[in-house]
Design a protein around this ligand. Structure first.
Ligand code: COA
Length: 122
């Protein structure tokens, strides 16, 4: 749901390190209805990516629960900071969760983005 609307095939845009990343999913029975991934980028920092909630369930708090769950998980693993590439349309979502923009805006996969970050508790 992140790539298809942009005209990209899933295989063409898979992150090469996805298999080694932390995956958190929201389940409804056997069905995955939301996901978020995390990958270390330094000794105490890493990147949140592939954040998506099934369209019919957006706005019901699942995204918040996944981000907070990810912060607890990676904080427990010793990470101190989560960074991410926020699509312009999602900047408000992350800002509500305490993420702060840094650096200049840029275009990624054809849409405007902004880097954001937040400190997490170890
Ligand atoms: C962005 C997204 C992950 C948010 O998840 P969600 O489950 O819909 O969000 P929540 O229900 O937890 O919303 C939490 C709060 O953020 C707000 N919010 C949600 N999406 C928002 C957005 N795009 N912009 C601004 N605010 C947003 C909600 O209104 C809610 O506010 P409230 O606490 O005052 O009620 C989800 O809508 C999504 O998958 N969007 C499409 C894919 C996408 O853009 N992914 C991010 C790529 S960087």
């Amino acid at each position: 749901m992140l790539r298809k609307p942009l005209g990209h095939g899933r295989e063409a845009v898979a992150f090469p390190f996805e298999a080694e990343s932390l995956h958190l999913v929201a389940l409804d029975g056997p069905h995955v209805v939301g996901c978020v991934l995390f990958h270390p980028e330094g000794p105490d920092s890493g990147r949140l990516f592939q954040m998506a909630i099934e369209p019919e369930r957006q706005g019901s708090g699942l995204g918040t629960r996944l981000v907070r769950g990810l912060e607890v998980a990676v904080g427990g693993m010793g990470f101190r900071e989560v960074t991410l590439h926020a699509r312009d349309a999602a900047v408000g979502f992350y800002a509500r969760l305490g993420y702060v923009s840094f650096g200049a805006p840029y275009v990624e996969v054809g849409i405007p983005h902004q880097n954001m970050r937040r400190t997490v508790n170890r």
